[in-house]
Design a protein around this ligand. Structure first.
Ligand code: FES
Length: 266
């Protein structure tokens, strides 16, 4: 990776307004953090410190789904995937968390857009919801495919249906909700059906690889948001390496959003 550039992230103490189970192992936490709410751009992330034992002091990178600039709140969604997120799930309303952000680059929605395809899997749904909300505000049509292993891990459908101007399709590996199969299947069907200006994908790498390859073959711009272990979030630890056609890059500073044509997927 190249020399790190200064991070735009700032440390803030955020008041926890809500911290609740949404579905299966998925939690939603609502933070009161007015300056962060003003600064966050869709697709960026924050690093949250949850304290606890010294070995858990590493911050947890979390994507936001929505901000309310007037209320000064930021909504984050996380899955229980380790001791840090389990500790976070025990944080109660009224407590204060140290949050570093905004971090990363976020989605690039600056081109003239008419119709966008959004595809997510697992916790990748958080930045996809953020993009969907931004596109809805911009008046851009968007179709969204949300995938999960099973119905208890599927979330975000109601929020998306309430906002997006387009189809919202759920897919589960086991068929317990929505279409049976991987999110890539309805995504490829939509790519064959509509003319898109842009495709955004966040989720498991096989999903990003398949959908981005199809988009690129059709000449459609495609951005992927890569999930990596991110120990620092500001270019200091090299835990977030991404193999690209140019060089190794860091997901925390050069991403997490990359032009899909630049990324070498395994
Ligand atoms: S360099 Fe530390 S998370 Fe990217």
């Amino acid at each position: 990776m190249g020399a790190p550039t200064p991070s735009a992230g700032r440390l803030a103490n955020a008041l926890v307004r809500e911290n609740e189970l949404v579905s299966g192992e998925i939690y939603r936490i609502l933070l009161e953090a007015p300056e962060l709410a003003q600064a966050l751009h869709e697709g960026q992330f924050v690093n949250v410190s949850v304290g606890g034992e010294a070995k858990q002091l590493t911050r947890i990178p979390l994507s936001f789904t929505q901000v309310d600039e007037q209320e000064g709140t930021v909504e984050l969604v996380y899955a229980l995937i380790g001791p840090g997120t389990r500790q976070l799930s025990r944080v109660e309303k009224g407590e204060t968390l140290s949050v570093l952000g905004p971090l990363g680059n976020g989605w690039n929605l600056s081109a003239p857009l008419h119709r966008v395809l959004l595809v997510s899997g697992g916790t990748g749904t958080a930045p996809i919801i953020a993009a969907a909300m931004a596109l809805a505000k911009m008046g851009v049509d968007a179709d969204v495919v949300v995938g999960a292993r099973s119905s208890d891990l599927l979330w975000g459908i109601d929020a998306l249906e309430a906002k997006v101007q387009g189809e919202v399709i759920a897919a589960t590996d086991d068929g317990s909700a929505g279409e049976k199969g991987f999110a890539s299947e309805p995504a490829l069907a939509l790519l064959a059906k509509h003319d898109y200006d842009l495709v955004l994908v966040c989720g498991p790498e096989p999903l990003m690889k398949v959908v981005s390859a199809k988009a690129i073959s059709l000449g459609i711009a495609c951005q992927v948001s890569l999930e990596r272990t991110m120990a620092c979030g500001f270019g200091a630890c090299s835990t977030c390496a991404v193999k690209t056609v140019h060089a190794m890059k860091g997901a925390c500073m050069d991403g997490p959003v990359f032009d899909a044509s630049e990324v070498i997927f395994p």
